[in-house]
Design a protein around this ligand. Structure first.
Ligand SMILES: [Zn+2]
Length: 318
């Protein structure tokens, strides 16, 4: 049975399990945050106990003041949202970790589970920079690269993951593993020249270190040095060109009217989106050029998606 949307006065618990931090909030129907918390993400199965404890703490804080009716949890990696299992996450290092039933026993409310990037994109489409458009691509540019797709007013899930006819899969949007440089560096997935291996924040920092002979903390350091360091300029321009190659394939296939960029690298704003717009203009001729926009919810998009999932009882309503 599909859960029904909750009334506005009901609170929901939203939890976003990231590679380094678990973030959680209790939110009311107007989007007001009643209480929030965070805790480091331990690697492996220990993540479950951390999530459980964080959520329980927040539920105790709001207590009788506000009944919390349902929870939404978003996870990285491959997620089986029907069985409510974290199937695999290379970052956090778990496999087949069951969250749903265990957290329901701990929190004593129904718990819905979904994929972090898909729900962040869904949140941007429903309530953020993609609002009002029927064809939106949401691209997360961070230590990895991934996407969520909205086509003809529907969130695209695809197969894979938990797989099978139950609809539990949903690995559409793996933009980071589109090959953009056939002779490029090895990717964590086992392939070669994937977009993620060339243009993610970690790939940019790695390439700069290789060419300059010195380490940097991340892609932001490369961005800050663009005006007076020719190596930084070259690495950044190459990454933007690779991004434009990858994104132009999506534009040719789906003809989105908007592409929304989130994740750490997208915090560069126009410094990233400006050159990307120009590079995309040099590659897109058949389909109309989409609007390129920064994400509205920023780093909170996953939490906003988790709260919306809990409130609406699913993503099927579009
Ligand atoms: Zn790959």
């Amino acid at each position: 049975m599909t859960p029904q949307p909750l009334p506005d006065d009901a609170g929901v618990l939203a939890v976003d399990v990231g590679g380094t931090t678990v973030k959680a909030e209790v939110v009311d129907g107007c989007g007001r945050v009643l209480t929030s918390g965070a805790t480091p993400t331990p690697s492996g199965p220990a993540a479950l106990e951390s999530v459980s404890r964080l959520g329980r703490g927040l539920l105790e804080q709001v207590g009788a003041q506000r009944p919390v009716a349902r929870a939404g949890l978003v996870l990285p990696g491959i997620v089986d949202r029907v069985r409510r299992i974290g199937v695999r996450s290379a970052n956090v290092g778990w496999s087949d970790l069951s969250f749903g039933p265990e957290l329901e026993a701990s929190w004593r409310i129904p718990v819905l589970v979904d994929h972090d990037v898909t729900l962040a994109g869904w949140a941007e489409w429903r309530t953020g920079a993609g609002r009002g458009a029927d064809d939106v691509v949401f691209v997360v540019l961070g230590t990895g690269i991934s996407a969520a797709l909205v086509v003809d007013g529907r969130l695209v899930r695809g197969g894979g993951g938990g797989g099978g006819p139950s609809g539990s899969g949903g690995q559409a949007g793996e933009l980071g593993h589109v090959v953009v440089r056939a002779d490029g560096p090895r990717c964590g997935c086992g392939g070669r020249g994937c977009l993620e291996a060339v243009a993610s924040g970690s790939a940019i920092a790695r390439e700069y270190a290789r060419l300059a002979g010195r380490e940097v903390d991340g892609a932001h350091d490369v961005l800050l040095a663009l005006d007076d360091d020719p190596i930084a300029r070259r690495v950044w321009d190459d990454a933007v060109a690779a991004l434009a190659d990858g994104v132009s394939a999506v534009v040719a296939l789906l003809a989105p009217s908007r592409i929304v960029f989130g994740g750490g690298l997208a915090e560069a704003g126009e410094a990233l989106i400006g050159p990307l717009r120009k590079a995309l203009g040099e590659r897109v001729f058949v389909t109309p050029a989409p609007d390129l926009l920064p994400a509205h919810h920023g780093a909170r998009a996953g939490l906003v998606g988790a709260a919306l999932l809990a409130r609406l009882g699913g993503t099927d309503g579009g």
